[in-house]
Design a protein around this ligand. Structure first.
Ligand SMILES: [Zn+2]
Length: 67
């Protein structure tokens, strides 16, 4: 895993960074929360893409109707 402070690459599960010695251990609960947030982010991105597609279709329809 990469140290969030100095970006040094450390072994997975390392408790402290080999470069800056800061505490980089991540509690399991936080990791689960992060994975959950990433999933939600992906879902929202999908919904955003869908909404954009619908908006684009609506715009095209409107143009066709007014033309
Ligand atoms: Zn570091």
């Amino acid at each position: 895993m990469m140290c969030p402070f100095c970006r040094e690459e450390n072994d997975a599960g390392a408790l402290a960074c080999v470069s800056c010695s800061r505490d980089i251990a991540i509690p399991g609960s936080l990791k689960a929360e992060r994975d959950d947030l990433i999933r939600k982010c992906d879902l929202l991105r999908d919904e955003l893409m869908q909404a954009k597609g619908e908006l684009e279709r609506a715009r095209r329809d409107k143009k066709r109707r007014s033309a």
